[in-house]
Ligand binder design. Structure first.
Ligand code: WT7
Length: 642
């Protein structure tokens, strides 16, 4: 029996039991058999959630790029490591082999060295989804510099806040980026940001859109001439397993963004192990995750996890709607994608369009489909299953967080029977539990509570950069000796988990706890509805009442809004009960979303409460203009007629 590659359900249960009975033995066997260490660990695990402190493989020495690149050269040097699909479908895709990746990472690492970057220094990377992004990440890891990738959709202010927080001395960027039919002036944004960043000594600029950008002498340099001069070999820096690998910012419910710090050895072992199992990866597969490397999904499941397994990982520069809504499926057909991993928000957006965009492509290469980032509603799940997977591809609904480093709860395809909207079972080594509001563990099945994890896993973030107290307060103080995820979940009759959403999205109506996700599911089942979001607003009698923001499939919908509202409530009554009926419904053209596709409920709650004087910071929204549009219509919203 292999602990590393689980192939059927019985094996999953055996491996899971072993991982819980003896976590140290379990992870050390995997670490030993499947990775390259310069020196073995002294201790597999030291932990204390009250401090909190977690150390995996302490005393071990390694370099993660040796594991992700060098060790593959002997066996698969000419295999494609990174398959780059440009924004413009007319531009040729680029196949970067493991040999070429090695050379490009080494050269980049040597450039960093000549610019004075040393082990432990922070380097911010603000690049579009072009090969230089993955290569610069790996180049930092090669020399032991700590990378902090900042999604290239963030504003200058957001960029500056993060650069200053981690005190980066260098920013790597490009002249600009392509996004569908538009271009974005990234270098201009960096220039604006750096004015507020006194610690930044140098800015390296990759050429992508060939615009004429201003270069500040003594600070800015074009990357290519430096690479041309650089040596093609760079001896990897030998790192401790617990040395920081990267910092990645995630927004908190309050305050400034949290710089989640991940370390080297445990992160590598866990992301590689979960990649192999959750995607049932095999040597000749062509794996595609549509996320941006600016998010944790891209770090763990575009770069490190796939490369540690010697996989071919696709990087897509563009957007799902360019040149038309068939682009994803065009790419699946073109590169014969075997595993496809995306977000529910993308699925819903594509499901709104004509089905011809899907059916005209040959999707028969697909074996496994994945989703991540938010609960997937039933309607979207079925659309994905029926039309993309053609009822022949298991869907892995993967639940995890920036903080967890890797996937914690997910089906294992062909082993775990899937169930729509359920992330199902914990990965080996993961011990989830549900807690009630008074801090007691909820035992048994068919229960609901706050999702916590009882035992450390190798890729848990070790701290918030520069603020260990905040790390402790945010994750380890709500429930003693447990990591609190901030999510609510239910456990069904067989022990499957369904993530119901952030616990702050729970709305108590007349003393009843109502989760927004199931109500939204019910509404979305109405044939005229494309998407919806529910928030609570204060109500004299019920405490809270429900307010629904509903997007219709056809804009300019001529049907009677009053009737539609009634039908929506009818639907909810049938699915959940009259208690979950909405008091108000507003038909809106869109919903305010963050750049990672999450609905900003904070804003919707304010709008629903008619408290629009101070909406807080909306600059990180993908579509800030929608907020005005929704507010403008507010006066016309009347209670739903009975
Ligand atoms: C939050 C973490 C993990 C990479 C992308 C998001 C929600 C994530 C699921 C899922 C339901 C999910 C949770 C979680 N979430 N995956 N499969 N089902 N909810 O990372 O930005 O750190 O967000 O996303 O609420 O806490 P993130």
């Amino acid at each position: 029996m292999s602990n590393y590659h689980i192939k059927h359900l019985e094996e999953y249960f055996q491996v899971y039991r072993k991982s819980v009975r003896n976590p140290e033995l379990f992870w050390s066997e995997i670490a030993e058999e499947h990775f390259l260490w310069r020196k073995k660990w002294d201790n597999v695990l030291d932990w204390d959630f009250s401090k909190p402190e977690v150390k995996w493989f302490d005393g071990a020495k390694l370099n993660i790029t040796e594991n992700c690149i060098d060790r593959h050269l002997y066996v698969r040097g000419d295999k494609t490591a990174i398959l780059f699909e440009p924004n413009n479908p007319e531009e040729a895709a680029e196949h970067i082999t493991y040999n070429q990746l090695h050379e490009r990472v080494c050269k980049f690492a040597n450039v960093l060295k000549t610019k004075g970057v040393k082990k432990g220094d922070r380097v911010c990377i603000y690049l579009p989804m072009i090969p230089e992004l993955a290569i610069s990440v790996l180049a930092c890891a090669r020399i032991g510099a700590i990378h902090s990738v900042i999604f290239a959709g963030f504003s200058a202010t957001a960029l500056a806040t993060r650069v200053n927080d981690c005190e980066a001395k260098m920013i790597i960027t490009s002249d600009g980026s392509y996004r569908g039919s538009k271009t974005i002036d990234l270098k201009g944004i960096v220039d604006e940001a750096v004015e507020q960043c006194p610690g930044v000594e140098s800015v390296l600029v990759a050429k992508r859109i060939n615009t004429d950008v201003k270069m500040k002498s003594g600070r800015d340099e074009w990357l290519q001439p430096l690479l041309d001069k650089a040596d093609a070999n760079c001896i990897p820096e030998v790192m401790d397993a617990e040395d920081p690998l990267f910092i990645l910012y995630t927004s908190g419910s309050t305050g400034k963004p949290k710089g989640m710090m991940h370390t080297t050895g445990g992160y590598m072992v866990y992301t590689a192990f979960t990649f192999k199992n959750v995607f049932q990866y095999r040597e000749d597969d062509i794996y595609w995750c549509t996320a941006d490397i600016g998010w944790i999904t891209g770090h763990s499941y575009i770069v490190y996890g796939p490369l540690a397994n010697g996989a071919t990982t696709v990087m897509f520069e563009g957007v799902p709607s360019y040149p038309d809504y068939g682009r994803f499926w065009d790419i699946v057909q073109k590169h014969k994608i075997t595993q496809f991993y995306t977000a529910p928000t993308a699925i819903r957006a594509l499901a709104k369009e004509n089905l011809d965009y899907v059916t005209k492509y040959d999707l028969s290469s697909l074996k496994v489909l994945g989703t991540v980032g938010e609960p997937i509603n039933e309607e979207a799940w079925h659309w994905y299953n029926d039309h993309v997977g053609q009822k022949d591809c298991p869907i892995v609904d993967t639940w995890w967080q920036t903080e967890t480093g890797g996937i914690l709860i997910s089906p294992i395809p062909f082993a775990t029977p899937t169930k729509p909207t359920y992330a199902t079972l914990p990965m080996p080594g993961i011990q989830p539990t549900l807690m009630d509001e008074s801090g007691n563990e909820i035992i048994g099945n068919q229960v609901e509570g706050r999702l916590c994890i009882k035992f450390p896993w190798p890729s848990i973030a070790r701290t918030i950069w520069g603020d260990h107290n905040r790390y402790r307060d945010t994750y380890f103080s709500a429930f003693k000796n447990k990591y609190f995820t901030g999510d609510g979940a239910l456990r069904d009759e067989v022990g499957y988990y369904r993530i119901t959403g952030r616990v702050d999205d729970v709305i108590i109506v007349s003393g009843h706890n109502l989760g927004t996700a199931p109500i939204e599911d019910a509404i979305n089942e109405h044939p005229a509805v494309a998407e919806s979001a529910i928030v609570g607003f204060p109500h004299d009698i019920k405490g809270n009442a429900l307010y629904g923001f509903v997007i219709l499939k056809e804009t300019g919908e001529s049907r009677d809004r009053d009737n539609l509202s009634k039908e929506v409530n009818q639907q909810i009554t049938e699915r959940i009960g009259p208690i979950a009926k909405l008091d108000k419904i507003q038909f809106v053209p869109g919903l305010p979303k963050t750049r990672s596709g999450k609905i900003m409920r904070r804003i919707l709650r304010k709008i629903a409460s008619n408290d629009t004087s101070d909406l807080g910071d909306i600059s990180t929204l993908l579509n800030p203009e929608i907020v005005e549009e929704i507010i403008d219509e507010l006066a016309f919203v009347t209670p739903v007629k009975k």
